[in-house]
Design a protein around this ligand. Sequence first.
Ligand SMILES: NC(=O)c1ccc[n+]([C@@H]2O[C@H](COP(=O)([O-])OP(=O)(O)OC[C@H]3O[C@@H](n4cnc5c(N)ncnc54)[C@H](OP(=O)(O)O)[C@@H]3O)[C@@H](O)[C@H]2O)c1
Length: 319
Amino acid sequence: MKAVQISSYGGIEVLSVNENVPEPKAGEGQVLVEVHAASINPFDWKLRQGYAKEYIKLEFPATIGGDFSGKVVGLGENAADFAVGDEVYGQAAVIAGGTGAFAQKLAAPVGKIAKKPQKADFLQAAALPLVGQSALQALETHIALKPKQKILIHGGAGGIGHVAIQLAKALGAYVATTISADDVDFVKELGADEVLDYKAEKFEEKLSEFDAVFDTVGGEVTDKSFKVLKKSLPAGRQGGVIVSMAGAPSEHLAKEYGVNAIGQNTQGDRERLERLAELVDSGKIKVHIDGVFSLDEVKEAFSHQEQGHPRGKVVLKIR
Ligand SMILES: NC(=O)c1ccc[n+]([C@@H]2O[C@H](COP(=O)([O-])OP(=O)(O)OC[C@H]3O[C@@H](n4cnc5c(N)ncnc54)[C@H](OP(=O)(O)O)[C@@H]3O)[C@@H](O)[C@H]2O)c1
């Protein structure tokens, strides 16, 4: 079968589309999937670059890719929750116990997949798993966002950000977001109430008394975000909460500002994928696809994700 593999760490040049990769087999607790589509996340190029090589040991050649959608064509032992012919979506990265998503077939653990949303086609379903579950874990689990609360979402036009805006609006919150000037109309259509151009405006001077910040950017953006949150008060008012996707926020600043600060490591599982499918099927969340590429065009696809400032997601159409 055809699969995108790397045999060393590096830039886009290390990606190769290999034609004769052996087909995977469904092991214990896995299903075999004929892949229809997959999507690229920043994690895929960070892994390719070797940023995670200290703690993730890849065996070369390694098939890369995590997010996918497709049809079940085989079942391993203890995979009876699924049947041949099921249309599924989820995660199959090697580090998540799968065989890699950028391939014509993959094996995925049953705990990392679910039936795909009925209202999403295969391209849309493949775009959703990591970004959707990241937004759900942050807004529903960590922040427990309530109606009328105010949340600032950094990077609102990106993969995670554009889903998070829709989820926050579905939960009844007031949403401010930071984006590039080109993306103003895009995020307003998603429901953003207040839009700030991160290259021209200082969000930390314009916003205050927010209940929550969801940070998909990191670095000094995380540090400056403490200023916009509600502080905890001696009379008993609870301070705001910041969740960052890009590293652990400073504990020192959290103490100084009297807020709760969380560095999120997204945990994907079937329950969260089912909740995401429910939100898609009820029309509350729609993923935006900025570019569709074939497996043979994988270098162009990565280049678009890494440098093309995509709105939403970049997808590989595999079947
Ligand atoms: N910890 C975890 O478990 C986990 C899981 C998933 C993702 N992540 C990480 O989360 C981050 C976001 O992922 P993603 O899929 O949403 O990436 P993405 O699709 O590349 O989106 C990032 C967005 O951030 C915007 N941006 C860049 N600098 C900014 C700034 N200073 N202020 C406001 N916005 C800014 C970009 O806008 P422009 O293109 O206009 O610059 C872009 O729209 C990545 O670093 C990823 O690796 C972590």
